[in-house]
Design a protein around this ligand. Structure first.
Ligand SMILES: [Zn+2]
Length: 300
């Protein structure tokens, strides 16, 4: 898998932030702190510069893992067939206000999208979860508590996934085989467990970066700039940086109509993730039939 533009931009943000922190430190050191701090040996070697470099390394590693995963990637879907189709996906809901507003806009444009739901939010806001199903959108599992799965044990993963499946089934009647790990990060043991359970692990090609507090205009510009045929776009209709909900998603809602209209103007058809998966499966079957398996678009 080659690096995506969103991976590169994520990496650049991490590295630039660390370098800016370093530069600020060096400036402070040169102007004010040097004399006083040089009585401490570890500052004499600009100890924080070493820390800064470690931060850059850690930031790069996190970027890599978030966008590429660890180990082999069986079961992972990052994008659809390179046809002019794109999937809009919404993570962390349902939320009684923002999910409802997103559903209104999708309905006005007659679009089906994909919602990766947090199990405890499904139980907390059952009416909103039901509405997602009733309006024909895809539903996927996004863990019960928005659990970080990079280092999670298999037992924890299974409990998170099963509780969410039960909640989704109880409230909406849907039995989903779509899964998205929080922050897109997944350790190899968790990935294997999900594959064994028959899940497709759906990542994305473009992050709207709507979690970062950017303006509706910036969200729309970013999505339109980076969306390519077969793209999967990540939005958030709930969530927060630390807790599993609480942040405003007003800017996501404000950007959505423009994103839809301009994607359509560029010739993209907007489809739910399940349609992209059947596209991929059909393309792979065709390639196998033709004896061109080696050229089959990779499902994994
Ligand atoms: Zn999430």
């Amino acid at each position: 898998m080659t690096a995506t533009k969103s991976f590169r931009s994520h990496l650049i943000v991490n590295v630039v932030a660390a370098l800016a922190g370093l530069a600020a430190w060096e400036l402070l050191f040169a102007l004010f702190l040097g004399k006083w701090l040089s009585s401490f040996w570890f500052f004499r070697i600009h100890g924080l510069s070493v820390v800064g470099l470690l931060v850059v390394a850690a930031g790069s590693a996190i970027s890599y893992v978030e966008f590429h995963g660890l180990g082999s990637q069986e079961g992972v879907v990052r994008q659809g067939e390179p046809r002019p189709r794109v999937a809009l996906t919404f993570d962390d809901g349902p939320h009684p206000v923002y999910t409802a507003q997103v559903l209104d806009i999708l309905g006005e444009h007659d679009i089906k999208a994909t919602f990766f739901l947090v199990g405890r939010h499904v139980l907390k806001y059952p009416e909103t979860a039901k509405r997602i199903e009733q309006e024909g959108h895809d539903i996927g599992n996004h863990t019960f508590t928005h659990k970080d799965l990079l280092t999670a044990k298999r037992r924890i993963l299974l409990s998170e996934v099963d509780k969410t499946d039960e909640a989704i089934y109880k409230i909406t009647g849907v039995q989903t085989k779509l899964f998205r790990p929080p922050r897109g990060a997944l350790g190899p043991a968790c990935r294997r467990a999900l594959v064994e359970k028959g899940y497709r692990i759906v990542l994305w090609t473009v992050s709207a970066a709507d979690w970062s507090g950017i303006s509706p205009k910036a969200i729309a510009a970013r999505v339109l700039r980076y969306t390519k045929p077969g793209g999967i776009v990540l939005f958030h209709d709930s969530g927060a940086l630390v807790r599993s909900e609480g942040a405003s998603r007003g800017n996501t809602v404000k950007a959505l109509a423009e994103v839809i209209e301009k994607l359509r103007a560029k010739g993209f058809e907007i489809v739910p993730v399940s349609s992209m998966l059947s596209d991929l499966a059909a393309a792979e079957a065709l390639a196998l039939e033709d004896g061109r398996a080696a050229q089959a678009p990779s499902l994994f």
